[in-house]
Design a protein around this ligand. Structure first.
Ligand code: ADP
Ligand code: ASP
Ligand code: MG
Length: 401
């Protein structure tokens, strides 16, 4: 008898018909002789709708109360799915994240799972129940409800699979696997049979939201066999694992991430310690900086541009404003109509032509690049958001993946 953790995303449980579809798939897995634990997300756009509701009341609500509100979305789903399974006649119980033992750190809105006390889930499995668990949520050490960051239900599922020592973790979603680019943007994208944890982590971190990046990190750490599959069609999905049999492709995928804002500090005095001053001040406020560009100094001044997530933009501007007394600069400008478009692939190490080929694709499409950053496994470019989808398509075509 295998123990399988199955996770169903928001679109997979968006309405009554889809909840019934999930119920019958889960019961089928159980009837095939398996123990089943199911993690579910909030239905359809519920999380976005709840955020909108909060904004109608207070655009500056505390993260603690936001978590209290958002956790409600997943709680609706677990009860509805359990009811649908009861109707089929199978034994089932739904559990909130904290009933299922998810203990997190005390970082509301973006909590990390510290541990899962699995006794309750285990005892329900021993009673031959299908166990339905609310994704995306846990409890901190002060007994506050926390959420794991947008898309976090994937991480709930992988963490639970690791804690229970499950045989595998299946992530069911509205596409039938991981593609070489978002299939909704790029019709030529190809489904990957297998992908390594490292490559998937890079794709997820650079905007391929088919998997929450922390879920991949966790799957790698605990060696959880992950499978991304369609909740609508019964076709093989993509397996995420340590080593793949597939020959190393030069480029594994193309991604875009529109959650980016660029800040430029113009006319900074060109003396040692300036970058340290700027970035240590930002780090003090927990602001994560991504791409950084520093211009060649001229007439004793230089410019520094960098990117942060949109959520951090206001705070970043405030921090820089507060530095005015200790830092000499002409002005700070910012933009949030940008997108980071990246190529990912372990095969690009020692392939100097790769970046140039990507830039050529953008040039051919008359797309201007504002910033560039590279690593052994990726090349990222910052471009206007209006061009992002076209950029994904032309780069994908150029590499002929
Ligand atoms: P769920 O609600 O099931 O968690 P998500 O919307 O979070 O689903 O993730 C699935 C979506 O991820 C797909 O609908 C697809 O548009 C998007 N996506 C982005 N990049 C990729 C990729 N490389 N392969 C597959 N899907 C991708
Ligand atoms: N419901 C949450 C969200 O929309 C978590 C998830 O879907 O994974 O971000
Ligand atoms: Mg998701």
């Amino acid at each position: 008898m295998a123990l399988i953790v199955q996770k169903f995303g928001g679109s997979s449980v968006a309405n009554a018909e889809r909840v019934r579809n999930v119920a019958s798939r889960v019961v089928e897995t159980m009837q095939a002789g398996n123990q089943v634990v199911v993690v579910v997300s909030a239905q359809g756009d519920t999380t976005d709708d709840l955020i909108e509701k909060a904004n109608e009341i207070n655009t500056n609500a505390s993260k603690r109360e936001m978590d209290m509100l958002l956790a409600a979305g997943e709680e609706i789903s677990i009860a509805l799915l359990a009811m649908a399974i009861e109707k089929i006649g199978a034994s089932v119980i739904s559990l909130t994240g904290w009933q299922a033992g998810f203990k997190t750190n005390a970082v509301p809105g973006n909590a990390r799972i510290d541990r899962i006390d699995t006794e309750r889930v285990q005892s329900e499995l021993d009673k031959k129940n299908i166990v339905i668990v609310a994704g995306f949520q846990g409890l901190d050490k002060y007994d506050n409800i926390t959420t794991l960051g947008r898309g976090g239900s994937d991480t709930s599922a992988v963490a639970l699979a690791a804690a229970l020592g499950a045989d595998r973790c299946e992530i069911y979603t509205d596409v039938d696997g991981v593609y070489t680019a978002d299939p909704r943007i790029c019709p030529n994208a190809k489904k990957l049979d297998e992908i390594t944890y490292d490559e998937m982590l890079e794709l997820a971190s650079l905007g391929a939201n088919v998997l929450h990046n922390r879920s991949v990190e966790m799957a790698k750490k605990y060696n959880v066999r992950l499978e991304v599959k369609s909740s609508f069609e019964k076709v093989p999905g993509t397996i995420v694992k340590e080593v793949t049999n597939v020959e190393k492709m030069l480029i594994r995928g193309v991604t875009r991430d529109n959650d980016v804002a660029r800040i430029a500090i113009i006319g900074l005095e060109d003396t040692p310690g300036i970058a340290f001053k700027v970035f240590s001040a930002l780090a003090k406020y927990g602001i994560n900086v991504d791409m950084i560009l520093q211009s060649v100094g001229r007439n004793g001044t230089k410019d520094i541009a960098f990117t942060v997530t949109k959520e951090c933009l206001q705070k970043t501007l405030e921090v820089l404003e507060n530095l005015k007394d200790t830092l000499t600069y002409e002005e700070v400008t910012h933009r949030d109509d940008l997108s980071k478009v990246s190529i990912v692939g372990a095969g690009m190490t020692n392939n100097p032509g790769v970046a140039a080929k990507m830039f050529e694709a953008l040039f051919d499409a008359d797309i201007n690049i504002h910033m560039i950053s590279t690593s052994e496994i990726k090349v990222s470019t910052l471009i206007n958001v209006a061009n992002a989808e076209k950029a994904v398509r032309v780069i994908h075509d150029k590499f002929n993946i």
